[in-house]
Design a protein around this ligand. Structure first.
Ligand code: IPE
Ligand code: IPE
Ligand code: MG
Length: 244
């Protein structure tokens, strides 16, 4: 494997339901097994010194599922945060939740803020969970935040990309590589702005089966790509103005 830097990986963790169906089990069984896959991938990313991992856990559209599945998922998140937070903290992982969290129960919100506060100063893997997250929501939310930022509005007549990014739910480096499991080849409204120049990797592997080997296959794919960012041949990001 070459050493092309991969700093930020994002994952659309799809296929839990199909994984359970294949075993004649209820979909909930697949969601539970999906948590084990998250644990494996978090450890593997830490070990491989990936700086940031962003996981799509619940989309703003997932509320359209049957009520019992939505409630099961929310309870599973609540319980899993409580169950794994100490381990994550001792592994120096810094946890952040992105999305419209307002609609969550007070118990889930409490676990979310505990996890964020406890791990705030950790210096290892930055682990972002997108929950009740939609890329369109993120962009509109950023615009609303800007409108409400009197200080910004009083000083600026125009918005630059750099200014705008400061109001998105996730700042800093965009994902280098987006992995989507379970065969679908779409973004499903995940980090629309941040994935503008990510490399995209799709695998038929269902999320509960995703493991270190699958991760390495995705990283191997990434390392063979030439990232041009609109320029020619080079794999380095070059920001140059067009000159006549
Ligand atoms: C992904 O698996 C988990 C969530 C969206 C919460 P799915 O539940 O979408 O599984 P499939 O796509 O139906 O197999
Ligand atoms: C995307 O998966 C959302 C998450 C993985 C959390 P979905 O299964 O909800 O997406 P669609 O319906 O196939 O687009
Ligand atoms: Mg799905």
């Amino acid at each position: 494997m070459s050493n092309k830097i991969i700093s930020h990986i994002s994952v659309i963790m799809d296929g839990n339901g199909r994984w359970a169906n294949q075993r004649n089990m209820p979909r909930a069984f697949g969601h539970k097994e999906g948590i084990n896959a998250i644990n494996k991938i978090v450890s593997a990313c830490s070990l491989r010194q990936i700086s940031q991992l962003s996981l799509f856990a619940f989309s703003s559209e997932n509320w359209n599922r049957p009520e019992y599945e939505v409630q099961f998922l929310l309870k599973l998140f609540e319980d899993s945060i409580a169950k794994y937070i100490d381990d994550l903290h001792s592994n120096n992982v810094r946890i952040k939740f992105i999305g419209n969290l307002e609609l969550f129960s007070s118990k889930l919100l409490k676990n979310i803020s505990q996890a964020e506060n406890m791990t705030r100063d950790n210096t290892g893997l930055k682990l972002n969970f997108a929950m009740n997250y939609g890329g369109k929501w993120d962009i509109v939310n950023a615009i609303n935040s800007m409108l409400n930022d009197i200080d910004f509005a009083s000083k600026n007549k125009k918005i630059s990309e750099v200014d705008f990014e400061k109001y998105l739910s996730l700042q800093g480096d965009s994902p280098d590589l987006l992995i989507r499991t379970a065969g679908e080849q779409r973004l499903s409204n995940f980090m629309l702005w941040q994935h503008a120049y990510s490399e995209l990797y799709f695998t038929d592997c269902l999320w509960p089966d995703f493991n270190e080997k699958e991760l390495d296959a995705a990283i191997g794919y990434y390392q063979k790509r030439t990232r041009r960012f609109g320029s020619l041949k080079t794999s380095n990001r070059i920001v140059k103005k067009y000159v006549k």
